[in-house]
Design a protein around this ligand. Structure first.
Ligand SMILES: *Cc1c(COP(=O)(O)O)cnc(C)c1O
Length: 448
């Protein structure tokens, strides 16, 4: 059989590279990133049978390039499934969709002025059905599980992935089991329960991640299909995140940005984004690939640390005692560092961590200058941009895309701590006047 694949040197994956035409659309097989073994997709095959390694979906880009081109894409309706040929589903009838993807790429004119960058765009992923980009991967993951005849799915998640999974499972009419850490924002847990998920919260925060431990131990035992956020236990769902990159290329009129800044936890989103850009380049749809930037929170930054210190991905140790306001970025063990770090390097990108204070400032900036209400994890990319501009890594004349990955209503408690409470008065004009005078004294311009 002749298919595309990865070149590996020891543990290090150099990258996606098609060798020769494969046999069928839309994709031909899975390949283990650790030991190189190849498989036909099958119902219970979510990790390598031989070494437990992560599987990657291999496509035949030559064949797909005959099928789609810029003009054909321009005529299709926007959204994740617009790129069906580049997604790992065999039959369109299995698509489980809530209208994910096709999000706007917004020119951030006010922020661009504030930060002194010429070309700044925000990819507003808060507009997805459950208000985070995770709807893209979960639409793909659940569709594939449905294609395999799944009756139940399971995930380990700090919130958003579980929420998205529970919504798509509800739409598909299958059961969703979610292992969620204690301390996940109440608004996310409410969403989960409302969609009918069976939510279990492990008590301890042991070294590593107890939610992943439970998921790994339970899925085979109970015949559930694992669809966690990370790609290490499901090769299909990470493919959904490629569509962000496809959209950015199209939305910029096939110009590729200089930088794409990605809030990063386990590295799944960044790995998916990278795959998308490299695929479009390989298919001849674009000439270049943007420099990819991973932004992590200082309180949990294993990928940034490994990138800076040159630690081989499989030797990364779980981050001890993670602590940050950006709960969506807390992945003590970065399951997809083995694809994320090579992608950052290959794209000539970089990685940086930001403090909680910088993240919260970015939340306010987005809300007040651009009208976008993001959760802290969703705004981390903007905090990272500011840091890299200050450090002179990114130049003011570069074309920059910042991904805003999750909406602010997902973490209302944090938002309420950042704002001043509304003032209560009697409903009399005199009291309002007194209040305005008072505010005027403290420097707030109220009266025109
Ligand atoms: C999951 C998530 C990310 C990125 O996480 P990865 O684990 O790196 O894929 C970023 N922002 C938000 C809001 C998220 O929920």
């Amino acid at each position: 059989m002749s298919v595309g694949g990865f070149k590996t040197t020891g543990h290090f994956i150099i990258f996606w590279e098609t060798e020769k035409a494969g046999e069928k659309l839309p994709f031909s097989e899975l390949r283990c990133l650790r030991c190189g073994r190849r498989y036909r997709p099958a119902k219970d095959l979510y990790v390598c049978r031989s070494c437990g390694g992560k599987l990657d979906v291999i496509y035949d880009y030559q064949l797909i390039a005959e099928e789609i081109n810029r003009e054909k894409l321009a005529r299709r309706k926007s959204g994740v499934w617009k790129y069906f040929e580049l997604l790992p589903l065999m039959n369109r009838k299995n698509i489980v969709s809530l209208g994910e993807g096709g999000t706007p790429l917004i020119p951030a004119t006010s922020l661009a002025k504030e930060l002194k960058v010429k070309h700044l765009y925000l990819k507003d992923e808060t507009r997805n059905p459950t208000s985070s980009f995770k709807d893209r991967p979960m639409s793909v993951g659940v569709s594939k599980a449905v294609e395999f005849g799944a009756r139940a799915v399971v995930c380990a998640s700090s919130g958003n992935a579980a929420v998205a999974l529970s919504a798509y499972a509800a739409k598909a009419g299958i059961k969703c089991h979610a292992f969620v850490p204690a301390g996940a924002p109440e608004s996310k847990v409410a969403q989960l329960l409302m969609h009918g998920a069976h939510v279990v919260q492990p008590k301890e925060r042991s070294n590593g991640d107890p939610t992943y431990k439970l998921m790994q131990e339970s899925w085979k035992k109970f015949g559930w299909h694992p669809i966690p956020s990370g790609g290490a236990f499901n090769p299909y769902q990470p493919e959904g995140s490629k569509t962000i990159s496809y959209e950015v290329c199209e939305q910029l009129g096939w110009q590729v940005p200089d930088w794409v800044i990605v809030p990063t936890g386990a590295g799944t989103l960044l790995s998916g984004n990278a795959k998308g850009y490299f695929e479009f380049q390989q298919m001849g749809l674009t000439r270049e690939v943007p420099r990819l930037v991973a932004i992590q929170a200082e309180g949990c930054a294993p990928i940034v640390k490994a990138f800076k210190e040159g630690t081989p991905p499989y030797e990364i140790q779980p981050w001890p005692n993670p602590k940050t306001v950006a709960g969506g970025l807390v992945d003590p063990y970065p399951w997809d560092a083995d694809t994320a770090i090579p992608a950052i390097k290959r794209s000539n990108g970089t990685a940086a961590s930001v403090s909680d204070a910088e993240i919260l400032e970015a939340v306010k900036r987005l809300a007040r200058s651009e009208g976008i209400f993001a959760e802290p994890s969703g705004a981390a990319g903007l905090a990272g941009l500011k840091r890299l501009l200050d450090e002179g890594v990114i130049s003011g004349s570069d074309i920059v895309v910042v991904e805003v990955t999750g909406g602010g209503l997902k973490d209302v408690a944090t938002a309420m701590k950042m704002v001043e409470k509304p003032v209560m008065i009697d409903s009399r004009l005199e009291q309002l006047r007194e209040l305005l005078v008072e505010m005027g004294k403290s420097g707030t311009r109220i009266l025109a």
